[in-house]
Ligand binder design. Structure first.
Ligand code: OS5
Length: 227
């Protein structure tokens, strides 16, 4: 079973439209859609926004639905001047930018027992590069920073970018990464840029959410077909 996860309904609607027919199961105030894509059984869900929701849904996808791999699809704010609205990137690693016990002398993003950066699965990332090459799509890997904030401010954006050498910011990837790492599930994290995380990001986000979500979803479907 392969899990396809988004945070917002808009991020998985294109996946469900491409699949066409699926079964729906309700659990923990959420909906899980099961279907077959090519030779693979898939379970699709959106978690709702933020780290707690995405951690919960990831755990359910693995423990209740038996997901053996997880592919995340969605949108993100760009922190990298070479990543523009509609471009896609996959996470090579993820970090929680709002995790702060620096009062005890630790670096930002660190808690004891957990690595600051969670690395994604190398073979899924290589598959993504092959799919991108075959389709003539520009795809880069980078650091994605996660926190329970919609970043919409130049100073905050610069701080996250410089503190973690991050390329994109969002609100779920770091928690999905931690759950998958601890449950030994290989995971892949794709995001299409919806905004540039500075002043006015909210306006761009509203305008580009659907188109960017669609770009990311299309790519993830191609990956599942290639698995
Ligand atoms: O899931 C959240 C994170 N996503 C990635 C992202 C991002 N993250 C942080 N900073 C940025 N600059 C980012 N750009 C893209 C996107 C998403 C952001 S939070 C969006 C909230 C939108 C919303 N709020 N209310 N509604 C929509 C309407 C509504 C009301 C009630 C029930 C359902 C919908």
């Amino acid at each position: 079973m392969i899990a396809i996860l988004g945070a917002m309904q808009e991020e998985i609607t294109p996946i469900l439209q491409m699949i066409g027919e699926y079964e729906t199961t309700e659990f923990a105030n959420n909906k899980f859609y099961t279907a077959k894509i090519g030779n693979n059984y898939v379970v699709v869900a959106y978690s709702k926004i933020g780290k707690v929701n995405s951690a919960l849904t990831t755990s359910i996808l693995v423990q209740k639905f038996g997901a053996k791999k997880l592919l995340f699809t969605g949108v993100a704010g760009s922190l990298n001047e070479n990543l523009h609205i509609g471009d896609i990137l996959y996470a090579t690693s993820l970090v929680q930018h709002d995790l702060d016990i620096t009062a005890f002398g630790h670096p930002h993003g660190f808690v004891p027992g957990i690595e600051i950066f969670s690395r994604t699965d190398q073979s899924l990332n290589e598959l993504a590069q092959k799919v991108a090459q075959k389709q003539g799509i520009k795809l880069i890997g980078g650091v994605i920073a996660t926190g329970d904030q919609f970043v919409c401010d130049k100073n905050k954006k610069e701080w996250i970018k410089n503190t973690f050498n991050a390329d994109a910011v969002e609100m779920e990837g770091g928690s999905v990464a931690q759950v998958c790492t601890q449950l030994n599930v290989p995971f892949f994290m794709l995001r299409a840029i919806s905004d540039e995380a500075g002043g006015g990001a909210d306006v761009d986000f509203d305008e580009f959410l659907n188109s960017s979500a669609n770009i990311s979803a299309k790519f993830v479907i191609e990956m599942v077909k290639a698995l």
